[in-house]
Design a protein around this ligand. Sequence first.
Ligand SMILES: *Cc1c(COP(=O)(O)O)cnc(C)c1O
Length: 377
Amino acid sequence: MKFATRLIHGSHAVDPATGALSIPVYQTSTFAQKSVDQFGKYDYARSGNPTREALEEALADLEGGTHAFAFGSGMAAISSTLMLFAPGDHLVVCEDVYGGAFRVLTKLFGQWGLSVTFVDATRLEAIEAAIRPETKAIYLETPSNPLLKITDIRGAAAIARSRGLLALVDNTFMTPYLQRPLELGCDIVMHSGTKFLNGHSDVVCGFAVVKDEDLAHRIGFIQNAFGAILGPQDCWLTLRGLKTLKVRMEESQSSALKVAAFLDGCPQVKRVYYPGLSTHPGNAVHSGQADGPGAVLSFELESFELTRRLLEGVELAAFAVSLGGVESILSYPARMSHAAMSPADRAERGISDTLVRLSIGLEDPDDLISDLARVVA
Ligand SMILES: *Cc1c(COP(=O)(O)O)cnc(C)c1O
């Protein structure tokens, strides 16, 4: 079955117990057992819950994996995945990784003995050069946040394989509808499901997806032992949001292409970062590994004054942290997603004070463009 059909009729389509078309919210913390020597499939809800299981099976299927694990946030998914590593291990991480991932790596896992080298992952030779004897994994985000830099996933996965490392990809911006890193040779896909997967700005959730039994066993153990699970109500909302993933991504992406073209032609916009523009340096690599450029773009304005006017003056896009909702969201990386980075770290990564990120929702693109045009055209 094709992707759109699997979104609706995948393994999670019908509640096995009742036939309900919407998997019920199994709002329970525990499950009664038959006898001392006969335990059922479910015992305690941290270890397993049917609503969560339906969502996890859906995600595993969509990413082309065998197992998925749902967590209470994207950061819980990332942090739990990082628990695979041990003090003394080293990771090679793309330099403009999500600000929260940068923070947990440098402030928490660093103190615990995990070391990290941040590299410009758009250059495979930079990844290769950073590998040490104690390196255990390559951690990527492509397109990256907020500069939409593109890493060659197949190339990075091949390096990982030849050096005995795991390849991890945060696939939040693309979703499995547009990009499936496990099929490109990676080992673990991570998500903030808070963004496009749920898509309605009403749940915070995260996922780790794998295609290997041993990794599935290890992450399943961490999920249960560490305990950062997603609750049943949020699993249900995410299952519901997921059903429209294809139509939302298609519509938002088609509008993003129009908005990017408009911004690209504005004299007060210094630069537009969007892999859908033929001038984007990663355009060709991206087209070879993903089915579309997605619905997030960022751009640099000519002055801080104009940046402030835009952030405060645009009416249709909410000025907020987050992305991937049905409503367009305008955010300011220097003070929001990347506030956890020092000004020096931000400057080194090209995240300037006039950089704005725009996630395109489901409004009519003409309205979004007129709204932006009031300020920048
Ligand atoms: C939002 C985000 C995260 C963190 O997810 P939360 O659900 O906010 O914890 C991680 N990676 C990327 C790329 C994100 O956009």
